[in-house]
Ligand binder design. Structure first.
Ligand code: HEC
Ligand code: HEC
Ligand code: HEC
Ligand code: HEC
Length: 209
């Protein structure tokens, strides 16, 4: 009689234990949000390790966090030919400029906003050329020049942090690496020339003749 009760209770507990563990194995409920699920699956898809590391291997990148999004962008300082600026800019700009001295940066023509909005020292710090300057006079590192652009181009900046404006350097998997504004736009002349599409309407060309 007693042994029967034992078997009953044991199988009862086994059933409950089974229900609990089987509940845990229900994968759909392991993730709190869809983003969590994508993130987990991105690390390992059907046994294949997924990562963009191989694509960005050897690139000179730095990590930034903007709008609470963390991603990588290319370093700029190593690419700027005349950096460090203080090799020549040892004193404030006003003391270096004079009517007798020819323009040192004659090759740079500003074609951005009009002269009432912008000149060289809107972006460059005449007292410390090794840094860019915000509208309110704060230093901005050359590697983070997007901070300069974002002051006046908030929309493109926000789109860029989300990945909608500007190109990614890697595949879809993490870690994310994106080009920065100055990889595509020359800050001194940022707009692109308009051009014909690569494939245009040949019928229209015939009609025009
Ligand atoms: C080889 C020397 C040299 C280097 C390197 C150099 N500059 Fe200059 N720069 C000068 C001289 C000299 C002047 C003053 C003459 C003039 O106004 O062009 C000048 C002037 C300027 C001006 C004022 C131009 C104007 O038309 O009012 C800016 C802005 C400037 N430099 C930015 C920079 C920045 C930013 C860097 C570094 C990325 C840099 N320079 C590196 C020599 C240099
Ligand atoms: C809209 C902001 C802005 C203005 C205005 C501006 N610059 Fe720049 N400048 C930049 C940024 C950003 C960089 C760094 C670009 C990069 O990372 O390649 C730069 C780079 C430079 C460099 C280094 C370029 C190289 O390849 O060696 C020089 C020199 C320079 N600027 C001089 C000037 C002079 C002179 C003027 C005025 C005629 C001027 N800048 C106006 C934003 C500006
Ligand atoms: C002080 C404000 C200011 C800063 C800083 C600034 N811009 Fe601009 N930018 C303007 C204005 C004003 C115009 C001209 C009006 C327009 O077309 O929107 C312009 C025009 C442009 C254009 C052309 C827009 C078009 O429709 O063709 C691009 C691209 C651009 N900027 C990119 C940049 C980048 C990249 C940076 C950072 C290196 C930057 N800007 C920094 C104010 C600024
Ligand atoms: C991968 C290259 C790339 C990067 C990175 C990039 N842009 Fe652009 N941007 C473009 C192209 C291409 C256009 C469209 C030009 C056209 O239509 O003529 C554009 C257009 C613009 C315009 C003109 C208005 C518009 O939306 O069409 C502005 C302003 C601008 N970009 C600012 C920025 C700023 C600020 C950043 C950085 C936060 C940035 N861009 C990063 C390629 C880039």
């Amino acid at each position: 009689m007693k042994i029967h009760r034992y078997i009953y209770s044991i199988s009862y507990y086994l059933l409950i234990a089974f229900l609990i563990t089987s509940c845990k194995h229900d994968k759909e409920h392991e993730y709190h949000t869809v983003t969590d699920k994508i993130e987990a699956k991105s690390k390992n898809y059907k046994g294949i390790k997924t990562s963009s590391d191989t694509y960005i291997d050897g690139m000179n990148l730095l990590e930034v966090t903007e709008n609470e999004i963390t991603f990588l962008i290319p370093n700029r300082k190593d690419e700027i030919k005349s950096f460090k600026c203080t090799e020549c800019h040892t004193k404030p700009l006003a003391e270096m400029q004079s009517k007798d001295i020819k323009k040192a940066h004659w090759n740079i023509k500003l074609k951005h906003a009009d002269v009432n909005t912008m000149n060289c020292v809107t972006c460059h710090n005449s007292n410390n050329m090794d840094n860019l300057k915000s509208i309110t006079g704060h230093d901005i590192d050359f590697n983070k020049s997007y901070k300069l652009c974002s002051q006046c181009h908030q929309k493109q900046y926000k789109d860029w942090t989300g990945g909608a404006h500007g190109k990614k350097l890697e595949s879809w998997a993490k870690p994310r690496a994106s080009m920065t504004c100055v990889n595509c736009h020359n800050p001194h002349s940022p707009s692109f020339k308009t051009k014909w599409p690569a494939r245009f309407n040949t019928q229209k060309v015939k009609e025009r003749k």
